[in-house]
Design a protein around this ligand. Structure first.
Ligand SMILES: Cc1cc2nc3c(=O)[nH]c(=O)nc-3n(C[C@H](O)[C@H](O)[C@H](O)COP(=O)(O)O)c2cc1C
Length: 409
């Protein structure tokens, strides 16, 4: 395997850590916790990922507070410390070598309000008044609320560190709270709105706080970021003021602010960048997880790779030359060619690591993926429908239970 994929299977070192190869199991929320604690199903999923042996396995979005998008989302706070320790142990007992990184999140206005007596309640909270594509009503966050959320992220990172995991990802991507506060649409007049400096103050305080509290170089800090939240939502409505636009009411696209943000992240001490795009709640199939690469994309010809937006964005991040490894997203579209495209992409400088999301549900085993013998993701959207349906997520092509669950929705 190493011979056929010399770039993909070469270890990479950052901070004081070494990922044994260049595959990243991207975070995949599967909505199967019990009251925020990992269930037996959750633990089994992560044992299976551990056996898959990616260089990095990421834990799905774990909520640092009670504003969560999913009924059965994992949570990280003092109450859930035991659950986090159990999850890290389950993974590391099977595979101590792959890096295990938790994604920390707060859903902000994408939080659900469940109104169910059997589940913990969650509340929709907002950074700026509802407008444009982002117009769901919710409680406006105050400066005090924001400061509490900063503390919750830092506390979450400490718990993850204590559990023996290798790092945390502070979730900037996919339109959750950090996306909502950093996008130009947040023109609210307060210390967390308006200028880019103000909009970045919230994540800056989180990242600097984590760095201050956890100084161990064997623990890394990742940021997964949507470089551009997209041009339109699924109804066709244009996105104005999203990350990657030029102003609060603008639909004109520019990467200037995102590139400035990446430079800031490097200055604040982030160790690794994971590049994504879009907002699943609004434009999943076009921006976040497409069904196919563009027609003109040729796996054998790396000069065509910029035609796939995920690789174009990771290349842009790489070109900044910040000295941080860059993960490219959206590799499930390549099926049997994941290895070929990944190998070429790393060799030609499009990315340092490659991320697979849906493929991890179909079959997370790196050796099988490279050998051509894996169960390959068919991009049917079944997993996403389960997630939207607020039930445990799996691959409906290869897992009968998930198929049955989808039928019952
Ligand atoms: C069911 C489901 C759950 C997901 N959960 C997360 C998540 O928790 N955090 C995240 O950053 N992305 C999440 N994503 C996005 C994936 O990590 C990935 O970026 C996307 O599916 C594109 O990669 P792929 O083409 O390899 O699937 C999720 C996607 C799906 C379909």
């Amino acid at each position: 395997m190493e011979q056929n994929y010399p770039n993909l299977m070469t270890p990479i070192t950052f901070s004081n850590l070494t990922a044994p190869n260049r595959f990243v199991h991207q975070p995949m929320e599967c909505d199967d916790s019990i009251d925020g604690f990992p269930s037996g199903r959750t633990l089994d999923r992560y044992r299976k990922l551990a056996r898959g042996k990616a260089g990095i396995t990421m834990v799905e979005a774990v909520s640092v507070g009670n504003n969560r998008a999913r009924i059965n989302q994992l949570m990280v706070d003092e109450e859930h410390r035991k659950g986090i320790c159990e999850l890290t142990k389950a993974f590391k007992n099977v595979n101590p070598d792959s890096l295990f990184i938790y994604q920390l999140n707060h859903a902000g206005q994408i939080s659900g309000e469940f109104h169910r007596p059997d589940v913990r309640e969650s509340q929709v909270v907002r950074v700026y008044k509802p407008k444009g594509f982002d117009n769901k009503p919710g409680k406006m966050l105050t400066v005090e609320d924001i400061n509490e959320i900063i503390d919750a992220f830092i506390k979450g990172a400490e718990i993850v560190y204590d559990s023996g995991a290798d790092g945390v990802d502070v979730k900037f991507c996919h339109g959750y709270l950090i996306g909502q506060i950093t996008r130009p649409a947040n023109d609210r007049e307060w210390e967390y709105g308006g200028s880019l400096e103000n909009r970045l103050r919230f994540p800056k305080r989180i990242i600097e706080g984590i760095k201050e509290r956890i100084t161990d170089p064997d623990f890394c800090l990742m940021v997964r970021i949507s470089m551009d939240e997209g041009d339109a939502i699924s109804s066709g409505e244009t996105i104005t003021g999203g990350v990657g636009t030029t102003g609060p009411e603008s639909s004109e696209h520019s990467l200037d602010e995102s590139l400035e943000t990446l430079k800031m992240l490097a200055d604040w001490g982030v160790d690794i960048l994971n590049i994504s795009t879009g907002i699943p709640a609004y434009n999943a199939d076009t921006w976040v997880r497409p069904a196919k690469p563009p027609k003109t994309f040729d796996a054998d010809d790396p000069t065509t790779y910029t035609q796939y937006h995920h690789l174009a964005y990771s290349l842009t991040a790489k070109k900044l030359d910040l000295g941080l490894p860059v993960v490219a997203s959206g590799f499930s579209v390549f099926g049997k060619d994941i290895g070929k495209v990944g190998e070429n992409a790393i060799r030609e400088g499009y990315a340092d690591l490659i991320g697979i999301g849906r493929q991890t549900l179909a079959d997370p085993d790196i050796e099988r993926i490279l050998s051509g013998e894996a169960n390959y993701c068919v991009r049917c959207r079944g997993c996403a429908k389960l997630l939207v349906g607020q039930v445990p997520v799996g691959c409906i092509k290869y897992d009968r239970e998930s198929r049955e669950r989808l039928k019952s929705l």
